[in-house]
Design a protein around this ligand. Structure first.
Ligand SMILES: [Ca+2]
Length: 318
C-alpha cells in the first residue's frame, strides 16, 4: 500500500498509478505458448493472486464507495482439490463525483481462509475495481454457513459462504462436477490446473486465473483428461467448453479435434468423435452406456495447433 499513500501526496505519482492500473485492465492473454510464471501465493497471505481489475462502471447511484460482489453467495465444497478452491469476484464501485483511492478490507470467518485481506487501487469516478478472492476450506471444517465480509468506504457487504460436502446434489445433473480429474500433463504455470475443468465455471473470462486446463506438451498429441465419476453412472452426453473469448476465439485457440471416451467395465470405449470444432461449447450425445469414468482425448487444436485448452467438461445421463 506504500505506492498508494505516496501517490496521494504526489500528483505526479497519481498519473503513474493510473497508467499502471490501465495497463493491467485487459484480460490476461493466453499466449499460444504460456510463459512459466511463479505459482500464486499460498492461502492466508494478502499478496499474489490475479491482478486487481479497474473498468468503467455504472454512473450515479448511492454516492461514495459501494462494495460489490460478483455473486450473492458462495458455495465452498469440502474435499475438493486444493488447486481449485472456491472463488468469488469482489470489489467496489466509485459512485462519487471524484476520483480517489479505494481501500477494501476482507474478513472471513475461521477456519476458512481468504487469498486476500485487502484490495486497493486508485479509482476514477464511475469506475469499478474488482479482484478474484479464493476461499480455502480446511478439510476438518464443519459444514454450515460462514461469513465473508467486505468493507469499503464505511459500508459493509456480507457474502454468505456455504460449506457443503463435495457430492451434495443440486448440481443440475452434471456427473463430472467437482469429481477428481487426472490430466496427461499440466502446464508448469499453476494457473491451469486440471481440476478447473470440473469447477462449475464454464466462462472463459477467468482464463490464466485458474479456470481452465492447459497441457504441457507442445504440439504433441493426444492429451487426455480423465474424470472419475465415483462409481458406475448412466452416461449419454458430454459437453466440452474450450477457450473462447472475443480476443481469443475458439476458432483460433480452442480445441479442434477430440474423442469422448467412457470407461465401461474397465475398458475405455470411444462414444463420440468431434472433428473440426470452432465453437466454444460442443455437446456430444451418444447411446447411453454405464461408465465409471469419462475421458477427453484431445487430438488437435485450432490455429497455432500447439496446446489443449479446456475450460469445463460436463457429463450427463440419458
Ligand atoms: Ca472451469
Amino acid at each position: 500500500m506504500k505506492g498508494t499513500r505516496a501517490a496521494r501526496r504526489h500528483p505526479a505519482v497519481v498519473a503513474l498509478a493510473v497508467f499502471t492500473v490501465t495497463a493491467c485492465t485487459p484480460p490476461k492473454a493466453p499466449a499460444p505458448s504460456p510463459a512459466p510464471r511463479p505459482p500464486e501465493a499460498a492461502f492466508g497471505t494478502s499478496a499474489g493472486g490475479p491482478s486487481v481489475r479497474v473498468r468503467p462502471g455504472r454512473p450515479g447511484g448511492e454516492g461514495g464507495l459501494v462494495p460489490v460482489s460478483g455473486a450473492a453467495s458462495l458455495v465452498a465444497p469440502l474435499g475438493v482439490d486444493p488447486a481449485c478452491p472456491a472463488a468469488i469476484e469482489l470489489g467496489a464501485r466509485n459512485e462519487s463525483a471524484r476520483a480517489g483511492f479505494a481501500d477494501l478490507f476482507l474478513e472471513v470467518s475461521p477456519p476458512l481462509t481468504a487469498s486476500r485481506s485487502m484490495i486497493s487501487s486508485y479509482l476514477p469516478a464511475g469506475y469499478e475495481l474488482s479482484a478474484k478472492v479464493l476461499v480455502g476450506v480446511p478439510p476438518t471444517t464443519p459444514p454450515g454457513t460462514y461469513d465473508l465480509t467486505l468493507r469499503a468506504g464505511g459500508r459493509r457487504l456480507r457474502v454468505p459462504v456455504s460449506v457443503v460436502a463435495a457430492d451434495r446434489p443440486g448440481d443440475g445433473g452434471n456427473l463430472a462436477l467437482r469429481r477428481p480429474v487426472r490430466a496427461s500433463s499440466q502446464n508448469v504455470n499453476a494457473n491451469y490446473p486440471a481440476c478447473s475443468v470440473v469447477d462449475g465455471d464454464r466462462g472463459s473470462g477467468g482464463w490464466a486465473g485458474g479456470n481452465g486446463w492447459n497441457d504441457a506438451t507442445f504440439r504433441a498429441w493426444p492429451d487426455t483428461l480423465d474424470i472419475d465419476l465415483g462409481g458406475p453412472r448412466r452416461l449419454a452426453r458430454v459437453d466440452l467448453y474450450t477457450l473462447d473469448t472475443p480476443r481469443h476465439p475458439a476458432a483460433t485457440v480452442g480445441l479442434r479435434d477430440w474423442d469422448v471416451q467412457a470407461r465401461v467395465a474397465g475398458t475405455w470405449r470411444t462414444v463420440a468423435r468431434v472433428r473440426g470444432n470452432t465453437a466454444g461449447r460442443t455437446r456430444s450425445d451418444f447411446a447411453a452406456v454405464t461408465a465409471d469414468a469419462v475421458r477427453v482425448s484431445a487430438l488437435a487444436a485450432n490455429g497455432a495447433g500447439d496446446y489443449s485448452r479446456v475450460v469445463e467438461v460436463e457429463a450427463y445421463g440419458p
